[in-house]
Design a protein around this ligand. Structure first.
Ligand SMILES: [Zn+2]
Ligand SMILES: [Zn+2]
Length: 651
C-alpha cells in the first residue's frame, strides 16, 4: 500500500500501478504528470470504466485510463462532440433551427432539428460541412458547466424557443444537469447545449467527418409529436479511416438486399397486403428450401424431432405463458372464434410445451429436442420495418430442448457445435456473448447461478473467446447471443441460446426422476438461423446476390445451340433433374452468346453449351460464372462434379 502524502490522492493506472497526484487533479493533470506526449494526445478518460471528460476531477482510489485516439473507446467522444459541432453549424446557418437530441450510433451520430419552413437538401449538407470545418479549426473548447439555477435555465431555453432542451432539462432537473459551453480561445462562449457529456477537450481534434443523409423523425420517436429533420453523419480520427468507412458504406449499399432483390427477382412486399409481410419469389424460395433441407438434415443427425404447431391459439394459452402480460404490445389484437378471443402466435414455445405435456415423461425420455420452422407474427412499428430484415411475420428455426439438470451442459455444448458448424458453412465468422442476470428477474439466485454456470462452462470448454454482457439477460433467462460478421465485416444478430426459468413453472412442466419423484424440467430455447427472413436477407447481402452453388436458385443453365441439339439437351436435363440439381433449359430462339450472357448476369454457377461437336462426341462444353471456359466433359462427369460441389457446400 503506497503512502499518500497530504493534499495528494492516489489513482490506479491500467497496468495496476498507483500514482499520486494533487487532490482535485483531473485526467489532464494526470496525463501531464506522466508525459508531455501523452498530455498532447489525450482526448478523454475512463474513470472506473466509465467514459469521462479529460477535465473530470479524479478521486482517491479511482481506476483511471487516459484515452488517446488510439483507444477504441475514445471514438465515442469524437462522434458525440462532432454532433454538437454540427448542431452549432446548423443553428449558425439556419438561425430559426431548434435542436432536439444528437446521440451517437454505430459508426457515427445524428442530430434532430426543427427547422421551420425549410427542408434540408444535399446542398445544405455541404454548406453545413464547410461551417463545421470552420468551427473545428477554430479550436473551440468544450467546457462543462453545472447548471446553478435550473428554473432560470429553463426560462432561458424557453425564451430562445429551445422547447426540446427545456423539456429534457425539466426531466433531468434532479440529476445534476450540466450544459456544455463551446468557447473560443479568449474564453467567450459561442454556443451551448444541454448535455451530460462527455466530450473532447476541444473541437481541434475533429478532422474527418461527413454528413451522410437527411431523413424525417419525430420528437421522442412519437408520430403524434413534432416532426423533425434528422441529419445522419459520421466522424473518424483521420481521413484514411473516414475514406475506408465511406468505401464500406458504398459496398454495403451495392449489396442492399432490397436493391439486389429487384435485380435478381427475389422477394416483394405490397401496399395492399400491408408492410412487413414478405412474399418469397420462386428463386429466393429455392434458396430457402435448400437452407431448410440442410437445416433438417443437420437437426435429424443431432437427435432433434420435428413438430408443427398451429398459427393461432386461444388467449388462454398466452395468459398461462405470460406473453399477454409481458409481450402483449408485440402481439396482434384478438380475433373472435366462437365467442372466444384467439391470437396469432408470437412465439412457438407454448406450442412445444403442449406437445411435451401430453405424456408424463421420465428421465429416460430426456433430453427431448423439438424443432419447428415456426412462423410467428409480431408487431413492429412501421418506421422500423426494413426489407426482409425487420418484418411483422417471419419463420423462426425454433427449437426447445427439455432436459434434466445433469444433461444441460452437454445440451448447450451440442447446440454450440451445431451453431459453429452451420455458421461456418455460410461463411460467417462470429463472436459469442454471455448475457447474465438483469436487475429485474424471476426465479431464485440458485437457479440463475446454475443456468449461468452451465452456459459459461460450455463456452469455456470450447476454448473460443466470448464476452460477458453483465445484466444483459432477459428477465427469465441467462443466454448466449452470437454475433455474426459478414463478408464485409458488418455485424449481424445471430443465433441465441436461452435457459428458461419461467415457462416450465408457469406450465408446470415436469418429469419423473430416477428416484420416482417429480422434478421441474429444464427448458432451453434456441434458434440457429433466427428469423429465416432476416437470415436470408442478410445472406443476400453477405454473398452480394451471388449464392454458392448449393444455394443458387438456378444451378445450371443448359443452352442448345439450335433445334437439332434439343434431344441431347433434354437428355442432360433429365440427368440433372434426377440428380436433384436445379437446372433450366434455355431453348429460346436467341443467339447462344446472348443466352450465356444473361445466365452470367443472373449469376448462374454453370452454363452448358451443346452444339454439333458436343452432340457428335457425347460431350458438353462447360462454362463457370467465375472461372469461364472449363472445357469438355461427359454428362455423367458433369453431374458427378456438381454433386460433389453441392455436397461439400463449397463457397
Ligand atoms: Zn454532448
Ligand atoms: Zn422459445
Amino acid at each position: 500500500m503506497a503512502i499518500v502524502s497530504e493534499g495528494q490522492i492516489s489513482v490506479v493506472l491500467p497496468d495496476g500501478s498507483s500514482r499520486q497526484v494533487e487532490s482535485g487533479a483531473t485526467g489532464a493533470d494526470l496525463a501531464k504528470s506522466i508525459s508531455q506526449g501523452l498530455y498532447r494526445e489525450a482526448v478523454g478518460t475512463t474513470i472506473n470504466g466509465e467514459l469521462k471528460d479529460l477535465f473530470t476531477p479524479l478521486k482517491d482510489g479511482d481506476k483511471v485510463k487516459i484515452l488517446t485516439p488510439k483507444n477504441e473507446e475514445s471514438i465515442e467522444l469524437l462522434r458525440h462532440s462532432t454532433a454538437h459541432v454540427m448542431a452549432q453549424a446548423v443553428q449558425k446557418l439556419f438561425p430559426t433551427a431548434k435542436i432536439a437530441i444528437g446521440p451517437t450510433i454505430d459508426d457515427g451520430f445524428y442530430y434532430d432539428f426543427d427547422i421551420p419552413e425549410h427542408n434540408l437538401s444535399s446542398d445544405d449538407l455541404e454548406k453545413i460541412e464547410v461551417e463545421m470545418a470552420r468551427i473545428a479549426k477554430e479550436n473551440q473548447r468544450l467546457v462543462r458547466f453545472d447548471i446553478p439555477d435550473v428554473d432560470d435555465q429553463l426560462r432561458q431555453f424557453k425564451e430562445q424557443g429551445e422547447r426540446f432542451k427545456a423539456e429534457l432539462l425539466q426531466e433531468h432537473r434532479d440529476h445534476n444537469p450540466t450544459m456544455y459551453l463551446m468557447q473560443d480561445k479568449d474564453g467567450n462562449t459561442i454556443w451551448n447545449d444541454f448535455c451530460r457529456g462527455p466530450h473532447l477537450p476541444s473541437t481541434g481534434n475533429i478532422k474527418a467527418f461527413k454528413l451522410l443523409k437527411v431523413s424525417g423523425s419525430y420528437w421522442r420517436g412519437d408520430e403524434k409529436k413534432d416532426h423533425l429533420q434528422r441529419i445522419y453523419a459520421t466522424a473518424w480520427w483521420n481521413k484514411a479511416d473516414l475514406d475506408a468507412y465511406l468505401a464500406r458504406l458504398e459496398e454495403a449499399e451495392k449489396r442492399d438486399h432490397r436493391k439486389l432483390s429487384k435485380q435478381f427477382d427475389l422477394f416483394s412486399t405490397h401496399e395492399e397486403v400491408g408492410p412487413g409481410l414478405v412474399f418469397w419469389h420462386p428463386k429466393l424460395a429455392a434458396v430457402r428450401s435448400a437452407i431448410e433441407d440442410f437445416w433438417r438434415l443437420e437437426h435429424r443427425k443431432r437427435g432433434y424431432q420435428f413438430v408443427f404447431t398451429p398459427h393461432i391459439a386461444s388467449e388462454k394459452l398466452y395468459q398461462i405463458s405470460g406473453h399477454l402480460d409481458s409481450y402483449g404490445e408485440n402481439m396482434y389484437s384478438a380475433m373472435d372464434i366462437d365467442g372466444q378471443p384467439y391470437r396469432a402466435k408470437p412465439m412457438n414455445c407454448p406450442g412445444h410445451i403442449m406437445i411435451f405435456k401430453t405424456q408424463m415423461r421420465s428421465y429416460r425420455d430426456l433430453p427431448l429436442r423439438f424443432a419447428e420452422l415456426g412462423t410467428v407474427y409480431r408487431y413492429e412499428r412501421s418506421g422500423v420495418l426494413h426489407g426482409m430484415l425487420r418484418v411483422r411475420g417471419f419463420t423462426q428455426d425454433d427449437s426447445h430442448i427439455f432436459c434434466t439438470p445433469e444433461q444441460l451442459e452437454s445440451e448447450i455444448n451440442g447446440i454450440l457445435d451445431l451453431i459453429d458448424y452451420m455458421m461456418k458453412i455460410f461463411g460467417y465468422t462470429y463472436k459469442a456473448y454471455l448475457s447474465t442476470r438483469p436487475e429485474k428477474y424471476i426465479g431464485t439466485d440458485e437457479e440463475w447461478e446454475f443456468a449461468t454456470n452451465a452456459l459459461e462452462t460450455a463456452l469455456k470448454k470450447r476454448g473460443a473467446p466470448y464476452d460477458v454482457d453483465e445484466g444483459g439477460g432477459t428477465f427469465y433467462a441467462p443466454k448466449i447471443d452470437i454475433k455474426l460478421y459478414d463478408a464485409i465485416g458488418r455485424e449481424w444478430q445471430g443465433p441465441t441460446v436461452q435457459i428458461d426459468l419461467n415457462l416450465p413453472t408457469r406450465f408446470d412442466v415436469n418429469y419423473i426422476a430416477q428416484d420416482g419423484s417429480k422434478h421441474r424440467v429444464i427448458m432451453v430455447h434456441r434458434a440457429v438461423l433466427g428469423s429465416l427472413e432476416r437470415f436470408v436477407g442478410g445472406l443476400i447481402e453477405h454473398y452480394a446476390g451471388v449464392f454458392p452453388l448449393w444455394l443458387a436458385p438456378v444451378q445450371v443453365v443448359v443452352v442448345p445451340i439450335s433445334d437439332r441439339h434439343h434431344e441431347a439437351a433434354e437428355h442432360l436435363m433429365k440427368l440433372l433433374n434426377d440428380a436433384d440439381i436445379r437446372a433450366h433449359l434455355d431453348d429460346r430462339a436467341e443467339t447462344m452468346n446472348k443466352r450465356i450472357r444473361e445466365a452470367q448476369l443472373d449469376q448462374v454457377p454453370y452454363m452448358v453449351v451443346i452444339g454439333d461437336k458436343e452432340q457428335a462426341n457425347g460431350q458438353l462444353a462447360i462454362r463457370h460464372r467465375r472461372n469461364g471456359d472449363m472445357g469438355l466433359m461427359t454428362p455423367e462427369e458433369f453431374v458427378h462434379r456438381l454433386q460433389a460441389e453441392i455436397k461439400f457446400k463449397e463457397q
